[in-house]
Ligand binder design. Sequence first.
Ligand code: ATP
Ligand code: MG
Length: 766
Amino acid sequence: MEDYIQQLNKQQQDAVLYTDGPQLVIAGAGSGKTRVLTYKIVHLLRLGYEPWRILALTFTNKAAREMRERIEGMTGAATASKLWMGTFHSIFARLLRSNAERLGFKSNFTIYDTSDSKSLIKTIIKDMELDDKIYKPSVVMSAISSAKNALISPQRYAISADIMEADRRSKRERLHEIYRIYRDRCFVAGAMDFDDLLYYTNILLRDNPDVLRHYQEFFRYVLVDEYQDTNFAQHLIISQICRDSHNLCVVGDDAQSIYSFRGANIRNILNLKKSYDNLRIFKLEQNYRSTQNIINAANSLIAKNTEQIPKNVFSKNDEGSRIEVVQSFSDYEEAYLVANRISQLKMRQHDGYDEYAVLYRTNAQSRILEESLRKRNIPYRIYGGLSFYQRKEVKDAIAYFRLSVNPDDDEAFKRVINYPKRGIGETTVNKILRAAIDNNVSAWRVLADTGEYDLGLNGGTVKKLTAFRDMIQEFIEMNRNGENAETVARHIITRTALLSSLLSDRTPESISKQENLQELLAGIQEFVSGKQEEGSDGTTLTDFLGEVSLATDQDTQDSTEASITLMTVHAAKGLEFNNVFIVGVEEELFPSAMSCDSLAAIEEERRLLYVAITRAKLNCVISYASSRFRNGQTKTCSPSRFLKDIDRTYLHLATGNDIVRPDNFINPIDNYRETSAKERRRSFSHPLVDQQEPTTYAHKSVTAYGDEDLHTIEQLATGMTIEHSRFGRGVITDIDTAAGDARIEVSFNTLGVKKLLLKFARFKII
Ligand code: ATP
Ligand code: MG
């Protein structure tokens, strides 16, 4: 038997070795589902499947990256890099780019993020002169999103009696028009939103039998992780692609289904049986992640749900210590106690900070935790909150990049037409946008052909518009000429004065904006040099945008410094840590207030807590506070009902003796609230500065290596240890001079083997 198979238990082996048809692996947390998928891919490669014909879908980019690294370690980077592996969104964006013209799009279509979509929806609501208290943009957005995820087009929406009746009842009978206009404006702008990536993939496969056939034959095997959280649109794409081959392996756990608010449906798992009568179901039962105590506690909690597929999960690991339940007076004290406990545990266990996670129900809870961690000098990283690419100054720069790649992109156009200020007033912009809507063209087309539209502008304005147009045209030309992303981006940032307009202002806010722009440039530089080193020619701004538009908060922050992780429970899915702290386990927070009046919603919250607890390998701490500052006021809180669901045998209720409370902490609530309210107001008015400071971002390491770190073949030999600017240390295993461009093969300590093009690779010889 091959060695890698022996790293699996019998049940896992059966699941990996089975390749005779559709297969569902359904099993509890930590039982090795993701491991089975990873090993199965390796197994398929050993059987001779070509890597580029294996499609593997994960829920987050981080999960995809981890899986790829694992496979790289077993098969080498060359093979692993050819797999079609990524999130649904990134994979189908790629597929859509190759087939965009079938849908009337260009392959350089823009991807609108949530704030672009919202801004467009607001404009439409205003244009239609509707009341935005009734037509709340967020409500409209989620209605459109639900429609798309159920594959309901604007036409079908308008003739669906049920939907129209529901909209009438909520006094939003013109929602269908907003949906249609939104769809049309996105189309004219050459843009797709996140939901469109799935929606249009479905349309593409439905309306183009030859394209469908092509992918059905092209993908020899399809594998999906976290299947319980797929929605209808995703489920349908998978079913279409695997319709004939039946080479499908999906893994999931109904007890961890936590995305029904985004249209995910556990029934997709159950319905698989209906789609494939030859479906084989595999179960895994042994949990390798957690102590017996943690697993027993989690099992006792989830048993309280009425709706679930029965399954057995046990751990043969140590019994471990009980889950510690900590009560505190306030959220402030909670944060203090968590930081304290982390320090204590760390001293006792000598494990790294990256083995600690603090999980919360809502992003807003992170700020106060940050404060207390900072005070104790505990390094941390936040996943979530404002991601780097969502910051205003970064979005401004990216809007220019987008416009230079796809000038029809209306949201980018609106963002920068008068930023930095160039005296183009709102009235002028509105005239252009009006003409664009009336003539069903993009704003850029109106600007480019001003002569054709009677905009009634005065000479001065026309001059300013022409200058703007010529500038954008210049950027477009640079892209057309194939200049690399870094050259174009630097030129754009200089030419538009994005950076220099900030320089005169020395406020902390402005300085942090300048740093962010510098960091963006460094990121692009790194992107280009990375591609060059790999010998890939995908170095243009289009390529760069393709990557960042799908980056999520979780993906932009990959600092190498070991730090504890702060994230929402949703973001923690699939991950594991030695020590997990779950904070704010209180009524109306966890379960959330919104879920309290529906049994189904409460069960989803319970699953969410199950996910949180099962992230822990060794220690799990659950905490709740008696008072908490939320939505602008201090509220009294009571412990979550879920605490009663967990079998008491597995809990340790921490008492006063276990807990070291802060010094001078006699009447915490009174003492604290005075200052904290003020502090909060102050920091809320500087969210960027406030959030930026403690967070570390990926693109920082470039400047340390210069041209002196480029090497020629004569300087190198196999066996030498090098330190690369991004990949860290490794040993040269091969030098290839045969090809036109000399390459070296390096086995990196953490990343496995990589081939680097010598003329671009920057490293130091150790
Ligand atoms: P989740 O439901 O949380 O996504 P999962 O079922 O995907 O969990 P994995 O993440 O694949 O579980 O595995 C949990 C942990 O157990 C991982 O650290 C994995 O490497 C380890 N593990 C799984 N199977 C084995 C095995 N047979 N031998 C040793 N370790 C294993
Ligand atoms: Mg998993």
